[in-house]
Write a protein that binds this ligand. Structure first.
Ligand code: ACM
Ligand code: ZN
Length: 707
């Protein structure tokens, strides 16, 4: 079967997703020649609802479907076939494997303009995805106009960042209707998510009475799961949500509304008299199915289910809604793994699989995190996304696999600061998810997909849409600041095969005609290496610039210092450049790690937080003369008086500016600058502020030990 598919795809390599069945006959004809088109809608034909047949003979194309949706998909297939300039004579019978082929967008952390939302729908619909999950409310922003509650937009839709800049955005109801209609024309259903009871700080900022304490809270401009959540002890929470839902259902014809339900911290509920009263009144007690507070959340979700049912809508929630007992008719979106989805399906509930670590979270980094743009971390290559299958063996064994109604990729936007970068994270991995959603499992084949995806990427080029091309990476860890004593040998690879890797060493930008990398590159003199990978259709990845420095080992210091000397400066500093003229006061510091502990960690970001910077100096020892690579999440690392690592004003989620130095055996001085701040939503108090080092040839990092 696979051989047949491969043969078919060799003839028409561009089809994505792979159709269910395809029979290629002799002959083809030019796209711009005479042709007779027949679009036949026959509700009585035996094709599944989204299925179609496409019959192409010389000069004639006939599409048949039982629904308009089927004809729409026939048209998408035809468009892909036409990209070659000729149409092969063939018969295609096609239908999807899953009813839910979803993609999720998060305009809450970083707003996504309507035009970008539409562009994304347009692209993904053409690859036969059919649900857009619109995550419209969260801690950092409320993004849907609710006419009854203007403060949701005016207060909840705006946040002031650490540096004083303002991030805002809120879709008007008119814009939402427009997007929903645009999606419907492309046979995409838009499912809104209104988060409760956690991830609701934007709403609580607008209406503090929604929380347990009712306290006014400040703007929330960092990422994570704070413990300020709605209070299910209060009826007004449900009145508020009912009023919101009343307007939401009017905008979205979808049969489902997503109510969130994930990552709700419950410590405030334990202390809240109203929550505890409710627990008592309902007789909720902790048992093997959950704590009393988890059961309180379950109660709140059931009330949401009843509210939705009033409007004829069905509830979807993240897999946390299993805790404390699942609502009778809930559909579960399994994100923390497949376990929640399996448990829900075994109870006879519909399930959408979107497990984060198994390849469905497209906010995860897709190459070496040392050189890819800052992300939330983890690791999801396109191959990993492609190889995920949403039907777990356990459900097949138990005959419950039909409860998996589909899969979805999620693109959270904490680290997505631009439209180009959103597309870089989304494409082409979303195409892998599109193929898994549509194509029969037995028709999927990674080797064929990774070739066919190139055509889809060229389609993105024609639309002016950015996407990821694997960068040349150094096995064992990429580094753009290399040092050597006698000779440097640099090896490169890519996360999936590319047509070539090209490079220059004369400071010019590489092109497809530059020298091709064939074997590890050797350097005996200092150089600047510019290196990029090349796709089979001749497009270059972003260029990496690698500084390669021949060094005499830096001499050991004559007198090592003992312990750390440290100074603190108070203020809101964005980068080390802001520290000029800062007032430093000497402090006691035991370990570099302690630089983050001078003020209490408070995820809730109250206005009372005191930001600061620390400068710390000491000495450390290296046993052998050699080249050492350094890594640090701090703002700057100086070795022997030279600035080695400068993270600038970049988001210091993790170190991306590793650098090497040749050091003589003995003691060396280190100076570190750490700034407690929030850049791009990342709270640097969560960083590990050690300095890590490893000797050339070793893969093992260790902390430098201050003498
Ligand atoms: C989630 O990623 N918190 C659903
Ligand atoms: Zn409460």
């Amino acid at each position: 079967m696979l051989k047949l598919i491969t043969l078919i795809l060799a003839l028409v390599p561009q089809l994505l997703p792979v159709p269910a069945k395809m029979q290629v006959r002799d002959g083809s004809f030019k796209v711009d020649g005479e042709k007779r088109m027949q679009w036949v809608l026959d509700p009585a034909c035996a094709l599944p609802p989204e299925g179609y047949t496409l019959d192409i003979t010389r000069g004639r194309v006939r599409a048949l479907a039982s629904t308009e949706t089927g004809l729409f998909y026939a048209k998408q297939t035809l468009k892909q076939l036409e990209q070659n300039g000729f149409l092969p004579c063939c018969t295609i019978t096609d239908y999807p494997r899953f009813a839910w082929r979803g993609f999720h967008i998060d305009p809450c952390r970083h707003f996504m303009p309507v035009e970008e939302v539409k562009k994304q729908i347009d692209i993904l619909a053409s690859y036969k995805m059919n649900v857009m999950h619109w995550h419209l409310t969260d801690d950092q922003g409320w993004r849907i106009e609710i006419k009854r509650y203007p403060p949701l937009r005016d207060v909840g839709g705006t946040r002031t960042e650490f540096d004083g800049s303002v991030h805002q955005g809120c879709y008007t109801q008119e814009e939402i209707r427009d997007v929903v209609a645009y999606a419907a024309e492309r046979h995409v259903t838009v499912v809104p998510e209104i988060e409760m009871p956690g991830h609701a700080i934007a709403a609580i900022r607008a209406f503090p009475e929604l929380s347990c304490t009712g306290e006014a809270i400040s703007t929330f401009y960092t990422w994570g799961s704070p413990n300020i959540v709605m209070c299910p002890g209060k009826d007004l929470m449900f009145e508020f949500l009912d009023n919101v839902i009343a307007e939401v259902v009017d905008l979205f014809p979808s049969e489902y509304i997503h109510i969130g339900g994930d990552e709700c911290k419950k410590d405030k509920w334990i202390k809240c008299p109203r929550c505890q009263e409710r627990i008592k009144a309902l007789g909720l007690v902790a048992d093997e199915n959950g704590t009393a507070e988890e059961k309180l959340q379950s109660y709140a979700v059931r009330r949401m289910e009843n509210i939705l049912a009033k409007y004829g809508k069905k509830l979807i929630g993240w897999d946390e809604i299993l805790e404390g007992g699942l609502s009778p008719n809930a559909t579960v979106m399994s994100w923390r793994g497949e376990e929640g989805g399996i448990a829900a399906a075994l109870q006879g509930h519909d399930v959408i699989m979107t497990p984060s670590k198994e390849g469905m979270y497209l906010d995860h980094v897709q190459g070496d995190p040392k050189i890819e743009p800052v992300s939330i971390g983890n690791y999801t290559t396109m191959e990993k996304a492609y190889n995920y299958d949403p039907v777990p063996e356990e459900l097949v064994k138990n005959g419950m696999d039909n409860y998996v109604i589909g899969l979805q990729c999620n693109l959270w936007s904490e680290y997505i600061y631009s439209d180009d970068h959103r597309n870089y994270m989304l494409f082409p991995r979303a195409f892998a998810v599109a193929e898994t959603g549509w194509s029969l499992k037995e028709n999927k084949d990674w080797e064929s997909f990774r070739v066919r995806v190139d055509r889809a990427c060229q389609d993105l080029d024609s639309r002016g849409v950015n996407y990821h091309i694997p960068l040349p990476e150094q096995p064992g860890g990429s580094c753009d600041n290399i040092a050597f004593i006698d000779k440097a040998v640099l090896e490169f690879t890519t996360t999936r095969p590319m047509a070539a890797i090209v490079y220059t060493t004369d400071d010019t930008e590489p092109t497809v005609a530059s020298a091709a990398y064939e074997r590890p590159l050797e350097f005996t003199e200092s150089a600047t290496l510019k290196i990029a990978s090349v796709t089979p259709y001749g497009k270059l990845s972003p260029v990496r610039t690698i500084n390669i420095a021949k060094q005499q080992p830096w001499p050991a210091v004559a007198k090592a210092s003992e312990g750390l000397k440290a100074w603190r400066a108070d203020g809101r500093f964005v980068s080390a450049a802001d520290l000029e003229g800062a007032r430093w006061n000497e402090i006691k510091l035991e370990k570099l790690r302690d630089m983050t502990t001078l003020e209490p960690f408070d995820r809730n970001m109250p206005d009372t937080l005191r930001f600061y910077a620390v400068k710390a100096q000491g000495s450390f020892k290296v046993k052998e003369t050699g080249v050492y690579r350094f890594s640090s999440d701090c703002d700057q690392v100086w070795i022997d008086g030279k600035l080695l690592i400068d993270n600038g004003a970049e988001v210091k989620r993790f170190s991306r500016h590793d650098a090497e130095a040749a050091l003589e055996a003995g003691a060396h001085d280190v100076q570190v600058i750490y700034i407690y701040n929030v850049v791009g939503g990342w709270n640097s108090i969560r960083n590990k502020t050690d300095v890590q080092m490893r000797k050339e040839g070793s893969e093992k990092w260790r902390k430098i030990e201050i003498l």
